[in-house]
Design a protein around this ligand. Structure first.
Ligand SMILES: [Zn+2]
Length: 254
């Protein structure tokens, strides 16, 4: 089963950041080592082809500066590609990539740049004109900085709905990714969040596509009962109740 992983910042602040989005360099390195040995890690766009292979893709959201200074050297070491979804309005802020750094990353052979909104707003609370502006302007700014086409996006907080999925397509995005929200179709494809609370066992379950939070398992079970899903790898008995409970908070705050 495919698994699309989402990271944010590779750092270890004394106090955990809200949403379980920080992960230490050491832990990240161990995870990459496991991925390099056990999974076929491909560019994100390759997971769109509908092949039956069990692929993994690595993504990063928001555009933290440590993605360049800490994550990239490790990705180079293991020769693993990643897609960086950048919040265009955050470029140049303290702790985030500058325009020059973003341009440098965009030219790296392992890296693909995608959009992540202009101001990291809750898209489901925006009207259609605001949502369209966020999608068009973020794309335009990233293309202007990198000189490259940007046609992939990730929803801030993973939030989307059917109307937004259609709008994303209308705005020229080839595909978009959420975090266990939306219909898991071409413009709301599910990703798995990772943070400091993931031990190696839970990381392996997530990277193998075998981990879903309780709410998602219930949805999949309903679809299975109605004949619309095969429940592949989604064995509820493989998950501890504590692990599934904890994951909800991280889903809701990305
Ligand atoms: Zn984000």
């Amino acid at each position: 089963m495919h698994s699309i992983l989402v990271y944010h910042t590779i750092s270890e602040p004394a106090v955990a950041l809200p949403g379980d989005i920080d992960i230490s360099r050491e832990k990240f390195a161990r995870q990459l080592q496991w991925l390099a040995r056990r999974r076929q890690v491909v560019r994100l766009a390759e997971t769109l082809s509908g092949t039956s292979k069990r692929l993994t893709a690595i993504t990063f959201d928001d555009g933290y500066r440590d993605n360049l200074t800490v994550a990239l050297p490790l990705l180079e070491k293991f020769e693993l590609p990643m897609t960086l979804f950048v919040t265009a309005g955050f470029v140049g802020r303290e702790g985030y990539l500058s325009r020059d750094e973003l341009r440098e990353m965009s030219r790296h052979p392992l890296i693909t740049i995608g959009a992540h909104g202009l101001w990291h707003r809750h898209f489901t609370l925006l009207d259609a004109a605001e949502a369209r502006h966020e999608m068009m302007e973020s794309r335009s700014q990233l293309e202007s900085i990198t000189g490259l086409d940007v046609d992939l996006m990730a929803w801030p907080y993973g939030e989307c709905n059917v109307e937004l999925e259609a709008l994303s397509k209308e705005c020229g995005y080839r595909a978009a990714w959420s975090v266990w929200k939306g219909s898991n179709a071409q413009h709301s494809l599910w990703r798995v969040p990772l943070g400091r609370r993931d031990n190696m066992l839970r990381f392996i379950a997530k990277a193998s596509g075998a981990y879903f939070p309780t709410k998602v398992l219930e949805q999949k079970w309903e679809r299975f009962r109605n004949g619309g899903d095969n429940l592949e790898c989604a064995d509820p008995s493989a998950l501890s109740p504590g692990a599934t409970r904890r994951s909800r908070s991280s889903v809701d705050s990305i």
